[in-house]
Write a protein that binds this ligand. Structure first.
Ligand code: G3H
Length: 252
């Protein structure tokens, strides 16, 4: 029997101004105060511009805050970047690293993602390490090998079930409305867990959370979250509406 507590994480991406971020954060906190608690951990990852504001708004509640990226170095001449320790200082408990949009837009390699994840761990945060295949790779029959290889290359040294979460996000499902079928999701999640067994041992692998991301919505969340190796969701579009985010959390 699994002891993994599910995590529902909202990735707001580059969306929202102060009023939007506050309304969203306060809306979720209000739900936590007034509705039965969902059977999962809850996290929101606002854009860096809103992290301080949102962290203050959720303070003292069960809603955790995370960053969407961090630099691998703790400080220095890196204009425009954000140190992991600075996110932690603002109240972040998590940081996403290696999202496919970062891998594509900023040419982030597995080695870069690994270094960022290590910076997150050094700052005392939980790293959410993202991996996932493109449609071309899936069509070429490379799905499992691509995910194994990204995982091997991106997993931080010192990784354990407490400080690391894996997010499987098939690139073709992100923001497209085309969600992985339960069979597709379970196949890859099981392969990821098998790779974690090789790398970290069965006990750690059995306790490490593996999230699914890619067009998870209230109407498909229950089926995906019921899969044996799916331990939560990394939600994009649906995390921008309190009702949708909450409905997904209630599906746990
Ligand atoms: O980080 C979140 C994922 O990229 C999923 O985004 P989406 O739910 O809009 O498809």
């Amino acid at each position: 029997m699994t002891t993994r507590r599910k995590l529902i994480a909202g990735n707001w991406k580059m969306n929202g101004l102060k009023a939007d971020g506050l309304a969203l954060a306060r809306g979720i906190v209000d739900k936590l105060k007034t509705a039965p608690a969902p059977a999962c951990d809850l996290l929101v990852c606002p854009p860096t511009s809103l992290v301080a504001l949102v962290a203050e708004a959720v303070g003292g509640s069960a809603l955790a805050v995370g960053g969407q990226d961090c630099h691998a170095k703790a400080s220095g001449a890196h204009t425009g970047d954000t140190a992991a320790v600075a996110l932690a200082d603002l109240g972040c408990a998590y940081v996403i690293v290696g999202h496919s949009e970062r891998r594509t837009d900023h040419a982030e390699t597995d080695a870069v993602v690994k270094a960022k994840a290590e910076a997150a761990l050094a700052a005392g945060m939980i790293a959410i390490v993202c991996i996932g295949e493109t449609l071309a790779q899936r069509d070429a029959g490379q799905t499992i090998e691509i995910n194994r290889s990204q995982l091997r290359g991106s997993l931080p040294e010192g990784s354990n079930a407490t400080n690391t979460v894996i997010a499987y996000e098939p690139v073709w499902a992100i923001g497209t409305g085309r969600v992985a079928t339960p069979a597709q999701a379970q196949e890859v999640h099981a392969a990821i867990r098998a790779e974690l067994v090789q790398k970290l041992g069965a006990d750690t692998a059995g306790r490490m959370r593996i999230l699914y991301g890619g067009s998870m919505k209230p109407d498909n969340a229950k089926e995906l979250l019921a899969l044996p190796d799916v331990d939560g969701g990394l939600i994009g579009g649906a995390a921008l509406k309190v009702a949708d985010f909450w409905a997904i959390a209630e599906s746990c």
